[in-house]
Every structure is written in structure tokens, then in C-alpha cells.
Design a protein around this ligand. Structure first.
Ligand code: GLA
Length: 381
């Protein structure tokens, strides 16, 4: 990849790049929609990433060339006021805006991009682009960004420029991943730890190939969580976020909430508790229990948070019928996209094929499958 983007840059722009970076996509393993509720998540940075080769250019015009898709963008570095709805370049333009707000001057630049994270499937291709570009742009601007600041710039780009009120999970995972490890993030303390992945297991990603549009539904779910907190504060004045409410406290306050808001809160509070149980299961080497928590997480997405889909439910049900799967669930925002399956490593390839076959005969759709390994987080190439 390094050689490919380096030579593509030289060929296109007639000189070598000044900086090359790589930032991975992620899988959310346990803890769904908990990040913006100051909860906890277990995730993993995957061996699929965005690669960037970049260099400064005189004047004001920036050029982005994605050699994977053949798509190109040119824009004025001083005219970023009009995001084009749905355009991938927003994930870069928004970063420049956010960096400026933090007094970082980004000069005009040009970049070659090459990504291997499936787009809009739920594996954070956008965070991979943001983090690879943030690293590259901070180098070109001559500033050393602390990792948390880089993550916040990516999140602010999504929140303010793209219009999705996402949390910090995707950026944390892309920056703090480690080979053979999960990323355990606490979005209250903003502490991150790496937790070893049990030996003999693999993650199989099965893309339902039915895409989601995160923005509307996602923002609505976030609003329901905020509404829940506002009401719960009357009963539990100390509660600042859903992180402060235990499953028992929530159940005791059920009648205070509308049925929908109660179910949304049940999902988040339940997920935070499942992450804690998941960490314990991993510490005691109980993969079977961990897999059950993944299935329970998906059930809660379907029943409480309504962020699953017919296709995702079908894939998780198929997993529950196959003996080599420990667990499976939707991963990320939801509303379509991928499922992640924790399976016996030596069965992974056979398993992936079996799931795809059954999915085809049940849904008529052709799923894409990938066996993913845990990779190191973002860095210079
Ligand atoms: C998306 C968002 C994350 C997180 C997940 C759901 O990936 O970008 O911040 O909220 O959905 O857990």
C-alpha cells in the first residue's frame, strides 16, 4: 500500500509525498450506542484501512484523488462554507474547519487516497479517512496533535460539518487499536485499554449489502437517550447521563417514561452492563459467555433500540444455528450494513461460506464476507 500511494503521488504530482499515513476501520464488538451516553465499548481496529500520501502545494487549491474509486475533488482551502450533501470530501473539509477553530492553519495540499474499508457498511470508513487525513494534515501544518485532540477533531467534523451527532467510538478505535487486541474505551473517563483477544477465535464480518443512512435515524436515537435522561433526573437527581442509571433503577422508573423512550434507554443501560460482563468473561477466558452477550446485544438492538433490519436479524439467526459461532450482532450505528461474528478461528473460512450460502437462499441477497484480524491503530507509514 505504501509503495502504491507513494508512486501514485509521484506520478500524478511530479514529486514525492511529504507524508504518508494509515488509519484503520473498526468493528464494534460489544456496547452499542453507548459512547455518546458516556458508556463503555469493546471494539477492534481491523486490518482494513485508509492510506494517504500528501504534500503541500502553493496557492489555495487542494486536490484529493482516491485511486481506489477513481473519484477526485478539488476545492479552495479558504472556501469551506458549503458542505455538499452526501459528498465524501466533507470528511476532509470538515477537518480543516475544525483544525482552524483550534488555531491550526492548514495550508493548501494535495493527497492520494487508497482505502480498503468497505464504504457505508458500518466499519467506519469515514473515521479511517478522517484519522488518516488528520494525521497527514497535522504533519503538513507542523503541529503535534495529542491523540484525544485528533479524535475530537474527527468527531467535531462529523457533528458540525457532516451533520451526524456521532460519539467518539470510531475515532478512538481507529487511533488506539492494537494487533491481537480489543480496544476497551470508557467514554466518561476517556481512558482506553487494550484487552487481548481470546486465542483460537476470529471475527467474521458479514455485510448484508443493504445499506444504511446513519444521519436521521441515528440523531433520533440520540435524542431519545437525552430525553430519557431529562425525565430520569427528576427521579435520580444525580444522573447526568444514562451511564449513571443502573438496569434496576431504570426498571423502577419505567412508568415515568414513554414506552419508546424507555426501550431506547433499556438498550443503552443494558449494553453498558453487558460490556462490564464481557470484560469479566474475557478475563476468565469464557468465550462462550462472551458470545452469548453478543447475541443478547443484538436482541436488544432489535427489540429495544429498533436499529436492526430484517437482513441483519437473518444473519444473526443463521449464526445462532451454526456450532462454530460463539456470538454475532450488528456492529456500529445499525439500520443495515454489517454483522460481526465471533467464531472458532480454524472454522472461519468454512463458516463465512456457510453463512453466505444460507443468507442467499433465505433473502435472495448476496452477502460479502471478510475474515478480519485486529490491527494497530493509526500512524505514519
Ligand atoms: C456509529 C457512531 C459511533 C457509535 C456507533 C454506535 O458508529 O459513529 O459514535 O455511536 O455508531 O455504537
Amino acid at each position: 500500500m505504501r509503495e502504491r500511494i507513494k508512486s501514485a503521488f509521484a506520478k500524478r504530482f511530479g514529486q514525492p509525498p511529504e507524508v504518508m499515513t494509515r488509519a484503520p476501520g473498526r468493528l464494534e464488538i460489544l456496547g452499542n450506542h453507548t459512547d455518546y451516553n458516556e458508556g463503555t465499548v469493546l471494539s477492534v481496529a481491523v486490518d482494513r484501512a485508509m492510506h494517504v500520501a500528501a504534500g503541500l502545494v502553493p496557492g489555495q487549491l487542494c486536490t484529493l484523488v482516491d485511486i481506489g474509486t477513481g473519484s477526485e475533488r478539488t476545492f479552495d482551502v479558504n472556501d469551506l462554507t458549503n458542505p455538499q450533501k452526501g459528498d465524501w470530501a466533507n470528511y476532509v473539509k470538515g477537518l480543516i474547519v475544525e483544525m482552524r477553530q483550534r488555531s491550526i492553519t492548514v495550508p493548501a495540499f494535495r493527497a492520494i487516497l487508497l482505502g480498503t474499508v468497505p464504504i457505508a457498511a458500518g466499519m467506519s470508513s469515514s473515521a479511517a479517512l478522517e484519522m488518516a487525513m488528520t494525521l497527514a494534515l497535522s504533519q503538513l501544518a507542523g503541529v503535534e496533535l495529542p491523540w484525544l485532540e485528533a479524535a475530537r477533531i474527527g468527531q467535531a467534523c462529523e457533528n458540525n460539518y457532516v451533520g451526524a451527532r456521532t460519539g467518539l467510538l470510531d475515532q478512538f478505535s481507529s487511533l488506539k487499536g492494537k494487533a491481537d487486541s480489543l480496544v476497551y474505551s470508557d467514554f466518561r473517563s476517556l481512558q482506553v485499554e487494550n484487552v487481548p483477544i481470546p486465542a483460537g477465535t476470529a471475527f467474521v464480518v458479514v455485510n448484508s449489502m443493504v445499506k444504511h443512512n446513519l444521519t436521521n435515524e441515528y440523531n433520533e436515537r440520540r435524542q431519545a437517550c437525552e430525553e430519557a435522561v431529562q425525565v430520569l433526573q427528576r427521579v435520580y437527581p444525580g444522573a447526568k447521563t444514562l451511564r449513571d442509571v443502573s438496569p434496576a433503577q431504570l426498571a423502577a422508573a419505567e412508568k415515568e417514561l414513554t414506552p419508546i423512550v424507555y426501550r431506547r434507554a433499556c438498550h443503552v443501560v443494558g449494553e453498558i452492563s453487558r460490556v462490564a460482563q464481557g470484560v469479566e468473561a474475557l478475563a476468565s477466558g469464557d468465550i462462550v459467555q462472551f458470545g452469548q452477550l453478543m447475541f443478547a446485544s443484538h436482541d436488544s438492538s432489535r427489540e429495544n433500540f429498533a436499529n436492526s433490519s430484517r437482513e441483519l436479524d437473518m444473519l444473526v439467526k443463521i449464526a445462532s444455528e451454526l456450532p462454530s459461532a460463539y456470538g454475532a450482532r450488528l456492529s456500529g450505528g445499525g439500520f443495515g450494513g454489517i454483522t460481526v461474528h465471533l467464531v472458532q478461528a480454524e472454522q472461519a473460512a468454512v463458516y463465512a461460506k456457510e453463512v453466505a450460502d444460507r443468507y442467499r437462499s433465505q433473502s435472495g441477497q448476496t452477502a460479502e464476507t471478510m475474515i478480519c484480524t485486529a490491527a494497530d491503530g493509526a500512524g505514519l507509514l
